[in-house]
Write a protein that binds this ligand. Structure first.
Ligand code: NAI
Ligand code: MG
Length: 362
């Protein structure tokens, strides 16, 4: 259940995470102010390599109790591979949140914004506007398997795909609900039932079963190989695309890549049951190559905040934040937008321009 004020745990993390986060928070505060939404923020220094070097662990022992008291986690980025190995920093923080808070939906928008150069030829804003819903807890990413006869000619490794009815149905239900709320009401399922002959036909069967409850949603499915080609050649075909953990992982990088720079893409790791906080973050990492220079694009962080607002049903505020991002990028003022978008602006110039636009909404 959602509390008022909406309690948001702010975790900047490492590198550019700490640089873009302040503008993410300022834009959320601006939206809260304009639309009368009460938001409270508390910032934590854990899930960072600084914390690790001080305490020998990415998280304090009571992190789960601490974060459970929040409605949402607003997360920057974690990782400083020169100081802490990536498997330690990521598995010790972000992946624990996703797993222990049962964030079984990974949600990413693919939307071509005005002012963003599309890597696909001939596409204009409006042509690409869909969501990718990825199963985030089971499927191909299971820990069931093992190795035998290591170091011999019979060396054997196995890893099983796990699909549970609970796990498959809950991600499908989320995707169908999302499709039903959208004007096009269309759902595309990623499959590979011609090659993977047990789990994928099961997935298809659950899609057919779930579709019975959503007679107004148009459903189609494609094998993952041709689906990736359609993402590039016919991105206008899609409205909501749902996939297993592995297929969703691939699609959720490919989709946003078709709509521009990694600096603007957001994502949500969502527990729709609201039993635990959901986590909203930019897709990008800590970008050590540009960290410390104040030139990171803050749009991915701000857009992740927009997803947070949308998740809690603050539609007007969410629309205003996305509208602000779109109009600032569409203006494309070279002094405002960052280098990854062809400008010479800074995190501050772009972040503040979007904040000002939100404050002027309504
Ligand atoms: P990255 O996303 O940090 O950077 C990839 C490239 O994109 C770099 O050239 C970077 O400068 C650029 N870039 C990324 N975000 C940008 C932004 N907002 N504005 C302008 N340019 C931007 O990925 P990379 O380099 O593979 O990973 C760096 C560290 O981040 C690693 O420790 C990795 O494990 C971690 N990482 C963490 C993630 C998370 O916290 N969710 C996600 C991805 C990586
Ligand atoms: Mg990925």
């Amino acid at each position: 259940t959602t509390t008022s004020p909406l309690k948001i745990a702010v975790i900047p993390g490492d590198g550019i995470g700490t640089e873009v986060m302040p503008y993410g928070v300022r834009c959320l505060e601006a939206a809260g102010k304009v639309f009368g939404i009460e938001l409270s923020f508390e910032t934590f220094d854990f899930a960072s390599c600084d914390f690790y070097e001080k305490h020998g662990d990415m998280l304090p022992p009571d992190w789960k109790e601490t974060l459970s008291g929040f409605d949402a986690i607003y997360f920057g980025a974690v990782g400083m591979p020169d100081r802490v190995p990536d498997d330690v920093s990521l598995w010790g923080s972000l992946l624990k949140f996703r797993r222990e808070f049962d964030q079984y939906i990974n949600l990413r928008p693919c939307r071509l914004l005005a002012g963003v150069k599309c890597p696909l030829a001939g596409r204009k804003p409006g042509d690409i506007d869909f969501w990718i819903v990825r199963e985030n807890t089971e499927g191909e990413y299971s820990s069931i398997g093992g190795k035998i006869f290591e170091g011999t000619d019979r060396e054997t490794v196995m890893q099983e795909t796990v699909m549970t009815r609970t796990g498959v149905d809950r991600v499908l239900r989320y995707a169908f609900d999302l499709a039903q709320q959208r004007p096009r009401k269309k759902l595309t399922s990623a499959t590979k039932s011609n090659g993977i002959s047990i789990t994928m036909p099961y997935w298809d069967a659950r899609v057919r079963e779930m579709a019975k409850g959503y007679p107004d949603v148009k459903v189609d499915k494609y094998h993952i190989d041709i689906l990736t080609a359609h993402f590039v050649q016919h991105p206008d075909m899609f409205d909501v695309v749902v996939g297993s953990n592995l297929f969703g992982d691939i699609l959720s990088d490919l989709g946003p890549a078709c709509t521009g720079t990694i600096g603007i893409a957001p994502s949500g790791n969502i527990n729709p049951d609201r039993a635990f906080p959901s986590l909203f973050e930019p897709v990008h990492g800590s970008a050590p190559d540009i960290a410390g220079r104040g030139v990171a694009n803050p749009v991915g962080m701000i857009w992740a905040g927009q997803m947070l607002l949308q998740h809690f049903g603050f539609r007007d505020a969410a629309d205003a934040v996305l509208g602000a991002i779109e109009s600032v990028l569409a203006r494309g003022d070279a002094d405002v937008v960052t280098a990854d978008m062809g400008g010479k602006g800074t995190t501050k110039s772009l972040g503040e321009a979007i904040e000002a636009e939100i404050l002027a909404a309504k």
